[in-house]
Design a protein around this ligand. Structure first.
Ligand code: URA
Length: 264
């Protein structure tokens, strides 16, 4: 967008937020757009792109190239963009964006519009917790690349007795079936219930293979009954987000995450 040119407000919103013109008009009419600090419901208004134009209080600029969302994935949805059978995390986020009963605070300021968002990595259908969604393919590639070894921390409930040497075995690298030897990982026992023969553990992995936590726990004689991802690199699940809720990453979170994989 040229900086001095005057353009219609709906055109600006459409380009800067990646919305269709129709959706841009709708957010303007709903009073979600301000120009220079004043709510403007007039789509025809001519604006300079150098003006302070905000959507849900967040300043829009031509520079907003990518969108980064933190989702507290609930159990029961699949980590995919499309699925013929199951509800996906993308369905969930789009439903949430379209939910007119939610306040701006609930939405925590995101607009997907025409963006092609996808989840960064996968959590199993029954796993909860932190899932990053973005349209920044390069960052996603780096975060998932084995070269970068981004730590993923999980909280798990397991049935069975955690063996005494479990932490050592995790630290050495567990052989997972005949398939592979896992990279050294960390296992901490948070609590045990000897009567019920179950425990709560915290596990840190530096890779992300299919069913990895479940399979590693199985190798030490335990079965995962509940699994939640708490963090991925510098990005920590916001405790204020309930399962199913989503928000944009803060600028600080985004910079930390991008910086982390760039540095390595
Ligand atoms: N490990 C698993 O077994 N499942 C997940 O969803 C994530 C890590």
């Amino acid at each position: 967008m040229a900086t001095e040119k005057q353009i219609r407000l709906d055109k600006f919103i459409s380009e800067a937020a990646g919305l269709t013109r129709k959706d841009a008009k709708a957010v303007i009419t709903k009073g979600r757009v301000s120009v220079g600090g004043e709510i403007c419901k007039n789509s025809d208004r001519k604006v300079l792109v150098t003006e302070e134009i905000c959507l849900d209080g967040v300043k829009l600029g031509a520079a907003e190239e990518f969108l980064y969302l933190m989702l507290h994935k609930p159990s029961g949805v699949v980590s995919a963009t499309e699925d013929g059978r199951d509800r996906t995390v993308l369905d969930l986020v789009r439903e949430r964006e379209a939910d007119e009963t939610l306040s701006k605070e609930d939405l925590r300021y995101f607009v997907i519009g025409k963006r092609e968002l996808f989840p960064v990595g996968r959590l199993d259908k029954d796993t909860e917790g932190l899932l990053l969604l973005t349209d920044d393919g390069e960052l996603a590639h780096r975060l998932l690349s084995p070269k970068h070894h981004v730590d993923k921390v999980y909280a798990a409930k397991v049935s069975g007795t955690v063996p005494q040497d479990a932490a050592e075995r995790f630290a050495e690298g567990i052989q997972v079936g005949k398939d592979y030897k896992a990279l050294p990982a960390k296992l901490e026992v948070v609590s045990t219930d000897t009567q019920a023969e179950c425990a709560e553990v915290k596990i840190t992995l530096h890779e992300g293979k299919f069913h990895q936590v479940k399979r590693m726990c199985h190798e030490i004689g335990c079965e995962v009954t509940y699994l939640k991802r708490l963090s991925m690199g510098a990005l920590v699940l916001d405790e204020a987000l309930q399962p199913g809720e989503v928000r944009r990453l803060t600028e600080e979170e985004r910079e930390q995450l991008c910086g982390e994989v760039k540095r390595q």
